[in-house]
Ligand binder design. Sequence first.
Ligand code: MLT
Length: 267
Amino acid sequence: MHKAQLRTLGQKVELAYEDRGQGHAVVLLHGFCGSSQYWKFIAPALENGYRLIIPDLRGHGQSSVPEGPYLMETMAEDIAELLEQLEIEKAVLFGHSMGGYVTAAFAGKHPDKLAGCGLIHSTALPDNEEGKRKRSDNMEAIRQRGMNAFAGELIPKLFAKAHLESMSREVESMTAIGQATHPDGAIRSLQGMRERTDRTMVLRMAEVPVLLVAGAEDQIVLPDKTFSVEGDNISTFLLDGAAHMGMIEAPSLLADRMKAFLSQIYG
Ligand code: MLT
């Protein structure tokens, strides 16, 4: 892993990231309580034609845990700073779930740096009142019971029921990533997700191609929520055989769709 020393909106942040492959830049952003490891099956399929930048978002993986809250636009700014340091002028961003919220925030703030974007098991919609309450409950659960219990319950719920057994090793290794997340990193991300704004118009009005991917069996972000926005530049893809972890549950199908999307942009 590389380490970048950033100053994001005046705040010092150390971002760990993978930098692999060559070609047009593609950034892959993991979800809540994840890490760059979420892309371990997708990266080999893409790195033959593209330069992949795969960070650990702030508060996650090997990145630092600065003060919060981690607003989606602040995390998007981390990515803009990282791209600037790497002298990458434009990139395609793909974001899984919370990474998708960050991607949408990036699209709103830095359309000039964006060649296209994909939201995977994510949504342009903000939390409703019940969702906001759940964020607060989850913050309290982490404070009371710690990450082992919290991520130990959360991560298996991201997989389709049938995969809990057939992919038990992956469920275990993704759970371990969640449990290793710093509790403050997780709490500050929950605060940021709770406060995120509606990015429907950002996606609808995007001047670059936008891909929305939903997992047919996703119980965390239902397909209807992923596909809530339509627009001239938006295409959709329903990923069979996956719940909320398509990168792990159906990596070949997902990678093929991502590659087709990248070919649409770069030829
Ligand atoms: C994620 O996987 O990033 C989270 O499930 C997103 C969320 O809780 O909204």
